[in-house]
Ligand binder design. Structure first.
Ligand SMILES: Cc1cc2nc3c(=O)[nH]c(=O)nc-3n(C[C@H](O)[C@H](O)[C@H](O)COP(=O)(O)OP(=O)(O)OC[C@H]3O[C@@H](n4cnc5c(N)ncnc54)[C@H](O)[C@@H]3O)c2cc1C
Length: 558
């Protein structure tokens, strides 16, 4: 794509992870033209391609499982806050999506002709299908990319950072964007728009995120008049790699080892400790993510941590043959990093991994703004206060398909009609930068990650949350004067500034919701309110009113 452009399609899908690709495929299957836009390469930018192993789905072959069991486990993990309609949708439609992916050649692992299924914490039975150790996400992405390639009605536009949604008479009619490699603004007219921009965990100093996961969809939705829900619930993955140094491997790679071998979590004195925090894990892998995160952080804070401030994860009791059977070629990659699991434990500690909150939608994935839909991790509510392993890929596929269907139906009634003027004015604001030579947006981004980690991380206090809010709001107020001048190709300073603009807004949502929730529940833990309070059994929704956040409590949708 060269200079400034105006594009149009029936359906615009923003983000091409699992949710966005499925939405695009479904909208095209329903006969609509689609633009699938991504700030990165199509199908390679967000979390989906990085996912490791588990895809939770109640396949009922042989009467082994039923979506009702999956649903019950999802609600229990969500600590009373799951939006039941969309949690039910996730569990009930999951099997159809997994089978469709199978027909498209995903290559789910099989055993005696049936799907192989792994246990994961919080599920009452082995429920997680997978492709291979560390390879499920790449296989899911590849399968969906191959489907996209077969559908000419889907125009794929990479390198396109969507920066605003366009509204006409209260309806979403498309988006404004920056084409990163040319530096030119782009406007896109669409009959319906799907936000499939993934989560926000890149806002944290220690995270499993790719470069593109800063919560863009939440800021875009909020700016267009949609509501957000459950923004305080950021899931920390308990056993993120901490030490020794590991090059070329994912920090959450220990999960598949634990599914297969259990492994032992030990404190700095080499004692098992999770039982002290009300759960069991001894040698197996049963503690849910919120409980394990809590136990690890507390154990280290009590002075019983490992040398780098986490805890030990040990497979030393396993033979090399067992490790090889579980890890295959990964054992050689570990050896290249100087790690021999038969002789040494590794250090792990929680890292930001997933966001339970997000855009508030109904079971058709519609927001309250006509013409605007959301899908995947961008959606809040399905997992309440804590997500089960494996639910996120299923949610991406299921919600993606439903959002694509709903957007196609809306676009059939309301074809792309926005005048180029509405959209060009959206895109024009990208050119409004004045430039500030001494401002380094990349350095400021790192500072923001530190603020989020330290004050809005796994443990929160009123003082810390207020400090973070103050910092975020004062930076946000300064940002307009610090905007770099636009128009250059590959302008990383402008992209970083745009990310800061998003992250100050989204960080404010997380911190404000966390400050308001004066209890501890699931992934939201307050040092000053350490217990779960039944009076807090409701969701918090956030909207914008006159440029300021408005937080309201709302009954958990049945
Ligand atoms: C390392 C890792 C391992 C994981 N392992 C598992 C697992 O084993 N099982 C499981 O269930 N879940 C797992 N998860 C979670 C799961 O992968 C995600 O929740 C899920 O893939 C999200 O899919 P998505 O399509 O909603 O978003 P993503 O796959 O994150 O895609 C979002 C896309 O939106 C694009 N985008 C963002 N902002 C913009 C913008 N402004 N303009 C244009 N494009 C934009 C991004 O570039 C990206 O391509 C894992 C996550 C990580 C990070």
């Amino acid at each position: 794509m060269a200079a400034a452009q105006h594009l149009a399609a029936d359906v615009l899908v923003i983000g091409s992870g699992g949710a966005g690709m499925y939405a695009a495929i479904e909208a095209a299957r329903k006969g609509r033209s689609v633009i699938l836009a991504d700030r990165s390469l199509i199908g390679r930018g967000g979390a989906t391609v990085m996912a490791q192993m588990t895809v939770a789905v109640a396949l009922d072959e042989g009467g082994l499982d039923h979506p009702e069991h999956h649903y019950a486990d999802t609600l229990a993990a969500g600590r009373g806050l799951c939006d039941q309609a969309i949690a039910r949708l996730l569990c009930e439609e999951g099997p159809a999506r997994i089978r469709e992916m199978d027909a498209w050649g995903a290559g789910w692992a099989r055993e005696s002709g049936d799907y192989k299924r792994a246990f994961a914490p919080g599920h009452d039975r082995a429920r997680c299908v997978y492709v291979d150790f560390l390879n499920t996400g790449p296989a899911v992405s590849k399968t969906l990319r191959a489907q996209l390639n077969r559908i000419p009605e889907i125009r794929r536009v990479g390198d396109l950072l969507v920066t605003s949604l366009a509204l006409s008479e209260g309806e979403c009619v498309g988006a404004g964007a920056l084409h990163l490699s040319s530096g030119q603004p782009v406007s896109i007219a669409a009959g319906a728009t799907v936000l499939a921009t993934g989560g926000l965990t890149r806002m944290y100093r220690r995270s499993s995120a790719s470069a593109n996961m800063m919560g863009d969809g939440y800021a875009l939705a909020l700016g267009a008049g949609a509501e957000l829900t459950d923004m305080e619930f950021v899931q920390f993955f308990p056993i993120g790699h901490l030490a020794p140094r590991l090059v070329g491997m994912d920090p959450i790679m220990w999960d598949p080892f634990r599914y297969k071998l259990g492994g032992r979590l030990l404190n700095g004195r080499r004692e098992e400790f999770i039982h002290r925090y009300g759960s069991k894990d001894e040698g197996r892998y049963v503690a849910m993510r919120d409980v394990a995160t809590y136990a690890i952080v507390k154990e280290a804070a009590a002075g019983r941590g490992s040398p780098h401030g986490g805890v030990w994860l040990s497979f030393e009791h396993c033979s090399e043959a067992e490790l090889r059977a579980a890890g295959g070629p990964v054992i050689d990659r570990l050896a290249a990093n100087g790690i021999d699991l038969t002789r040494q434990a590794i250090e792990v500690a929680p890292i930001a991994h997933y966001h339970m909150g997000g855009v508030r939608v109904d079971a058709t994935m519609a927001t309250r703004v006509p013409g605007l839909y959301a899908a995947g991790e961008a959606v809040g509510g399905a997992n309440g206060a804590n997500r089960l392993s494996g639910n996120a890929i299923t949610e991406a596929l299921v919600f993606g398909r439903v959002a694509g269907e709903s957007a196609a139906a809306h676009a059939a009634r309301r074809p792309a009609r926005a005048g180029a003027e509405v959209l060009k004015s959206e895109a024009k604001q990208l050119r409004e930068g004045r430039g500030a030579s001494d401002f380094n947006p990349a350095a400021m981004l790192e500072e923001l990650q530190g603020v989020m980690q330290d004050d809005v991380g796994p443990f929160r206090t009123q003082a810390g949350l207020e400090r973070a809010l103050g910092w975020l709001r004062s930076l946000r107020a300064e940002l307009p004067a610090l905007k770099p001048a636009a128009g250059k190709a590959y302008d990383t300073a402008l992209a970083d500034w745009l990310d800061l603009d998003t992250m100050t807004r989204v960080g404010e949502c997380v911190a404000a919701a966390a400050l308001a929730r004066t209890e501890s529940r699931g992934a939201h833990q307050r040092e000053d309110f350490p217990s779960m309070d039944p009076q807090w059994s409701f969701n918090q929704t956030i909207s914008l009113e006159g440029g300021a956040l408005r937080i309201e409590s709302s009954a958990v949708p049945a």
